[in-house]
Write a protein that binds this ligand. Sequence first.
Ligand code: ADP
Length: 469
Amino acid sequence: MKKFFRSYRFRIFLIIILIGIISSELVRRNVISTYLDNAIDIKTSEVTSQMKVLSNHLLAYNYLVDSSSEVINAELNQMSSLYGGRVLIMDSNFKVKQDTNGISVGKYMIADEVMQCYKGKTVSNIDEVNGFIEIGVPIRNINSQDVVGVILISVSTADIDSNRRALNRSSIIIEIILMCLIIAAAYFTSYIMTMPLTRITTKIRDAASYEDTSIVASEYQETEEIASAINELQSKLRVLDESRQEFVSNVSHELKTPMTSIKVLADSLNMQEDAPIEVYKEFMQDISEEIDRENTIISDLLTLVKMDNKDGGLTIESVSVNAMLERILKRLGPIARKEETDLVFESNREVTASVDEVKMTLALTNLIENGIKYNRRPGWVKVNLDADHQFVTIVISDSGIGIPEDAREHIFERFYRVDKSHSREIGGTGLGLPITRKILLLHRGSIKVESVMGEGTTFTVRFPITYIG
Ligand code: ADP
């Protein structure tokens, strides 16, 4: 239930009902108050014009001097009973000459409204509590237009009030009917508006159980966008899942190979009774090499996994790239000599960049080492260093066997090797280039490969001089 109150549908329902209630209530109040204003205006102007006629009669009968005229008194009584109120006539001295209630005759009236009338104004006041309109009209001398008296009349608003009550009753009934319609409309509108969302949820749930279904929700532009965003996410997750599975199976396979060799070597030793010590030594040497290989794979894997962390754990410092490359070449010198490969370093300028020296050394070592490993005999590996004001460019080219065109897009994948057995023979794990690429990406750099089969391969590495975190 609590869930329902928090739902989008309930909120739409509530908003429609609130708008419905507020607007119909406003309309009802407005109709009634307009009716009241109009009714009072009409009554006031009707009474005022009647009183103007009366004031002429009063002057004609000289009633302000002698108030005994039967005709006028009858007219006054008729008026007071017609309007359900009271009529008072005052002369120029504020003295009440006639009161249809008979209470105030002979008294003096100096109320505020009366004073206004003496100044020549027609005054009307609404007494809502007692249900009266009080109207005061000045009596003017026909020739001089001077105010010679005042007629004060209180008019009952009982008829207006009972009309208002009747109007109120019928408008409340209309309002109740309207509310029922609004509730029904709110119920269906909220249902229709939230239907695409409900449908999209069902489809997401379905898609979660059948992996290959993509979601279609074209009811609204928004739901279509949600569906396409979910589809994108789903296909990314699928790719991620596939590559994870492939990676796990590759890792197990790679780790199993040395294990199988060790097992075979150990078993064959066990099967040989009284094997000579030389055979033992030879087999043990092989076992030890397989263990080394296993270690290399594991440590390469760990290097990769560690770099998968958010910032890759870089320790950035300002490093002379020339000195760094010279150190790498010096260290690889003995291997290159063994492989009859010439190592050549070219650089026109001194380049200093902010890099993680240990990781960048590992990345460049992998590339130069590959140049030596996959080369002819005799051969060469050239390292060229250059830089502009923004980027360092290192080009590593060799005179080696080259990489087939269809393999070039795969060489940065984990465990990918063009020639598995050859790579294994020379101690490769298929993790060197992925590690190199990862290190360059962490430095916001890039790596590119070009190769001609049988002629050689060129790797071009670029990274910013200043590290952008
Ligand atoms: P490996 O440990 O096998 O060297 P890498 O990830 O470093 O793994 O390289 C992947 C594959 O790319 C290698 O097995 C090799 O087939 C190919 N390769 C890399 N560098 C070169 C190169 N300079 N010349 C020819 N082939 C290369």
